[in-house]
Write a protein that binds this ligand. Structure first.
Ligand code: NCD
Ligand code: ZN
Length: 348
């Protein structure tokens, strides 16, 4: 039985750390373990331009110790009005790593997202030309489409035509949540790769809704069936090159999370690497953890893997319940808070 594992330092290819006090409270959990993280741009206001991106990167670095080895990777929030020249400038100056496409109103802070897909074609053509990645929240937001089918419909209606029209455009299918998505990504690799969260591998919709409504299992794309969960878990733990780590850790102030209309998003960065290790261990696939966490992502992004390592041990500890920020009233509850976690990062 393996009780200790050392792997190349991992990266988080999908992370929300917000801004201000929440950025200060949440980013250190990621910087402790990961070499790099893709910081999602759905701030209020969003990261729309290269100038916004440079400023956000500075704010992120300012909450970390000056000798940190962590590198935040900044993304541009795509709208119908995004200027291809500004995107290209941001990419060439090393400010933007990628562009993020949120369909308008698909998720938290996505109201300014894409509403007219014809309008973004100039930006996509430019990205294809300069070799810049497009990260997509793959859900079709149409009131006639069932919320559990949003991912499948988006693939047919948007993603397949987009991948065909821009065959040189490298894409990440973010936080993949369905068997249909998994099968599609396999068929479309290596043009398309997918990030996988810990919670889409752990939960099914009966966990979320079957025993009382559990807002701390509510996220977008919503948790789906047991069949979907198994397909996602098999894909990620297989080590296949097109699947890689992206936590989608997304803290919300507790009042908003538990409001009558509750916010989507789970704050998992304090337990994420340990949770991935637990999943791979449970499925007897620890030998593939390094590919999933540290090698497949950089390869898809065309970046080198990190050069140092982290070590995890099978040592039980209790996850903290919450993180406080900006005074005693403001707190964010942590995914798996209070649970015993069997794996621990012991050196990073
Ligand atoms: C994310 C958030 O809170 O910003 N929420 C979520 O449910 N995953 C946004 C997102 O990635 O959809
Ligand atoms: Zn996200």
């Amino acid at each position: 039985m393996t009780t200790r594992i050392t792997i190349t330092r991992p990266d988080d290819w999908h992370l929300h750390v917000r801004d201000g006090a929440m950025l200060k409270a949440s980013l250190p959990f990621t910087a402790r373990v990961f070499g790099r993280a893709i910081l999602m741009p759905n701030l209020v206001p969003p990261v729309l331009t290269a100038a916004d991106g440079a400023a956000y990167r500075q704010r992120a670095m300012a909450v970390l110790p000056t000798d940190t080895k962590f590198t935040p990777l900044i993304t541009c929030y795509l709208t119908d009005d995004t200027d291809p020249d500004d995107v290209e400038r941001g990419f060439r100056e090393g400010i933007f790593t990628a562009v993020k496409l949120y369909p308008a109103n698909a998720t938290t802070n996505s109201a300014a997202g894409v509403a007219d897909y014809a309008k973004i074609e100039r930006v996509l053509a430019r990205m294809e030309k300069i070799g810049m990645l497009l990260l997509i929240h793959c859900e079709e937001v149409d009131p006639t489409v069932d919320v559990f089918d949003r991912e499948a419909v988006f693939i047919d209606r948007r993603l397949i035509p987009m991948a065909k029209k821009f065959p040189g455009l490298k894409i990440v299918f973010e936080h993949i949540s369905s068997k249909i998505g998994i099968d599609y990504v396999r068929s479309a690799a290596p043009q398309i790769g997918a990030s996988v969260t810990p919670y889409h591998m752990q939960l099914n919709r009966t966990d979320w809704l079957g025993w009382g409504n559990r807002p701390y299992m509510y996220c977008m794309p919503v948790i789906k069936t047991e069949q979907d969960r198994i397909a996602i878990r098999q894909a990620a733990t297989s080590g296949e090159a097109c699947f890689f780590l992206g936590t989608d850790s997304a803290p919300h102030p507790v009042a908003r999370k538990l409001g009558v209309i509750g916010s989507a998003g789970l704050f998992n960065s304090p337990v994420c690497m340990e949770t991935y290790a637990q999943i791979f261990d449970e499925d007897d696939k620890l030998e593939n953890l390094e590919k999933f966490a540290s090698l497949n992502g950089p390869k898809h992004y065309g970046l080198p893997p990190n050069s140092d390592t982290i070590t995890l041990e099978k040592t039980s500890w209790t996850a903290p319940e919450e993180v406080l920020f900006d005074g005693p009233e403001e707190r964010a509850l942590i995914y798996r808070g209070g649970e015993k976690i069997p794996w621990k990062v012991v050196s990073a």
